[in-house]
Ligand binder design. Structure first.
Ligand SMILES: [Zn+2]
Length: 226
């Protein structure tokens, strides 16, 4: 049946035997392959394990997790101790701040004040919008104020111009402190500074003519007067 490596099949029995033989050979090949694969896997596993054990920088997850958990637990206990102290401290401060007799009375006073403000607010809200003020008096007041300020008032002492009469002091020409404005005889003033009031001119008292009123009163700005 076998000649020069070639199989000749002539009968049905020979064919069945040949098929059976090929099945057995395939089975043996599969078994060998599986064996080689399993051995390979085992070898790879052992190699990897060795490599991990020899690697100084390898992180052991389980061991490290246990260590970290232990550290965290200890830290948590320390934090709890600290927070207990802080809580006591805060409670003491609250007690001191809000339950002291004088603070309590202040708080009750403040609450009454807030109640009154709130009532007032509610009333104003109910009345809103309020009627507009009468514009005529407002306009009159505005014009009066403009006229009051729309004038120049000169200080007789320094010559500065201001606009509000209430900022000035009016003194008589005999006001004693005007002597402070006297020019000594040895000081030469190259212009005529006489103001028309005889005794001031005779005493060489230098004032601004524009600071003299019609009835010969002297106007001094309040700073100069002081
Ligand atoms: Zn002045």
């Amino acid at each position: 049946m076998c000649d020069n490596g070639v199989r000749y099949i002539h009968t049905q029995e020979q064919a069945k035997a040949e098929l059976e033989r090929q099945r057995q050979m395939a089975k043996a090949r599969r078994a060998r392959r599986l064996e080689r694969t399993a051995a390979g896997h085992e070898t790879a596993r052992i190699t990897k394990q060795n490599r991990i054990q020899n690697d100084l920088f390898h992180i052991d997850n389980i061991t490290d997790a246990h260590k970290i958990a232990k550290i965290r637990l200890a830290q948590k206990e320390r934090d709890l101790e600290c927070s207990a102290e802080e809580r006591d401290d805060v409670l003491n401060k609250i007690h001191e701040r809000y339950y002291a007799p004088h603070v309590f009375s202040l708080m009750s006073f403040r609450l009454k004040e807030l109640d009154a403000e709130f009532c007032d607010l509610q009333i104003r809200e109910q009345q809103w919008p309020e009627p507009l003020p009468d514009v005529k008096p407002m306009y009159k007041k505005c014009v009066t104020q403009i006229h009051t300020l729309a004038r120049n008032i000169v200080c007789a002492s320094c010559g500065c111009i201001h606009h509000d009469i209430s900022e000035f002091k009016t003194v008589p020409d005999s006001f004693e402190h005007l002597r402070r404005l006297q020019i000594p005889l040895d000081v030469d003033i190259p212009f005529d500074f006489s103001c028309g009031i005889d005794h001031l001119d005779q005493n060489r008292i230098l004032i601004d003519k524009l600071g003299i009123t019609i009835d010969n009163q002297i106007r001094l700005y309040r700073y100069c007067y002081n």
